[in-house]
Design a protein around this ligand. Sequence first.
Ligand SMILES: [Fe+2]
Ligand SMILES: [Fe+2]
Length: 194
Amino acid sequence: MNINQAVELVKEKLPKKRFDHSVRVAETAVKLAEIYDGDKSKAELAGILHDYSKYDDLGKMYQIVTKHELDSNLLSYGSEILHGPVCAVIMKEHYGVDDEEVLLAIKNHTTGRAHMTKTEKLVFIADYIEPGRQTPGVEEIRDLAYNQGSLDKTIYEISKRTVLYLINKDINVYDATIACLNYYNYSDERVKDD
Ligand SMILES: [Fe+2]
Ligand SMILES: [Fe+2]
């Protein structure tokens, strides 16, 4: 699928507000790809598509998890966690997206994980800092991403904020998010392998 087809697909499916967010995520991911020597085309495609399944029927999402043997822990979560993994399956199965990095970036854009590829990192961060986001403290994260030269530090700070937010609201934290937090903890001296 090329970028124009992706834009049309998402434009038709999502409410305008969510479509506009998707465009901003794609633009932000490209901007980050320029700074961090990433693949702009992959970042843009994954950015446009990442929220395609955001408002899909939850029952159908659970069916996809079961049918495609995705992590069964997903069945304990709602669409906020499921829409990424489900979208990756739909893009691969129905729309011929076959680039593994693009699919991973879509799949893990909400939760993150340990050992993310460059494109996953770019989309994960772009989703958090795109210019429409007004989360308290987001300026600090934008500064990290644009001016401090470390994708990994940015990922850690986003994961930390996400986990703290969820805990404060007594919402369960999906395993991959914890793994992401631990892996990208830059005060940990282990050398990251990617
Ligand atoms: Fe999302
Ligand atoms: Fe998003």
